[in-house]
Design a protein around this ligand. Structure first.
Ligand code: ADP
Ligand code: MG
Length: 232
């Protein structure tokens, strides 16, 4: 039986007739499965955003929450590296102006105030539902590796830790995970663990039709999911 908190995440979206989870809801879900996500608070006003930032600690990332904006940076809806209170106030207004300019009638639900993760190796984990095999899971490196080179590995859910470790080894650019050209190595154990937990979550949650974690930032020790999307 899955946790009631998991069901609650989907119910909140269904109640609003949404067929997707906002980033903070997706991360809540990932967190319930023990995955490492950035700390987030949702602010409706500039003052709330300032309060949230002080609670989380600087530097901060601000992001738009809108049912019409799924690709937040395309709309000017992401500001990274905010250093102080004035930056939060300016950033809050800037995000709303940007989003309004991008799509005049976009509803603005709020602004996410979140912990800024340190730089790391960009990883992508995704899932789509195959009509025959059911949920599948995908692993790749972020940026050009996925978008241009399509250098990814796939499995059908469920997977175990051995499968997950194999997925890391199957991409052509796997050497990047060992650390090359001054880039530090990535924590394979943590990445494999994210894959296994994602598999478990997909088995538990037939509501999930598609998901992506883009990017996950990987470090020599640990990793952080900095963006998440779930389509129901
Ligand atoms: P989009 O909806 O456009 O994909 P993202 O949430 O992925 O928006 O943010 C865009 C980029 O900003 C990310 O690819 C990442 O480089 C950076 N970013 C987003 N959130 C964080 C964070 N919490 N910490 C550090 N960098 C972040
Ligand atoms: Mg993203």
């Amino acid at each position: 039986m899955r946790d009631k908190a998991v069901t609650d995440v989907f119910e909140a979206a269904k109640k609003e007739n949404r067929s997707f989870l906002y980033e903070h809801e997706a991360k809540k879900l990932f967190g319930l499965y023990g995955m490492p996500v950035t700390r987030i608070l949702v602010a409706k006003t500039e003052d709330e955003a300032v309060k949230a930032a002080k609670k989380i600690g600087f530097p901060i990332v601000l992001k738009i929450v809108s049912p019409q904006i799924l690709h937040k940076s395309d709309a000017g809806g992401v500001i990274v590296g905010v250093k102080d209170e004035q930056g939060i106030r300016d950033g809050f207004k800037k995000i709303i102006t940007n989003v309004r300019n991008y799509k005049a009638d976009a509803e603005i639900t709020g602004v996410l105030v979140q912990e800024m993760a340190p730089k790391g190796t960009e990883i992508i984990v995704g899932s789509t539902t195959d009509p025959t095999f059911g949920p599948t899971i995908m692993f790749g490196l972020g940026g050009i590796f996925v978008e241009i080179l399509k250098d990814v590995s796939f499995r059908v859910v469920p997977i175990d830790l051995v499968d997950a470790m194999e997925m890391l080894d199957e991409i052509k650019a796997k050497k990047i995970l060992d650390g090359v050209r001054g880039m530090p190595p990535s924590d394979r154990k943590t990445l494999a663990d994210i894959l296994v937990k994602t598999s478990r979550m997909l088995e538990d949650c037939p509501e999930i039709k598609e998901l992506d974690m883009n990017p996950i930032l990987a470090y020599p020790d640990g990793a952080r999911i900095v963006d998440g999307r779930v389509i129901m």
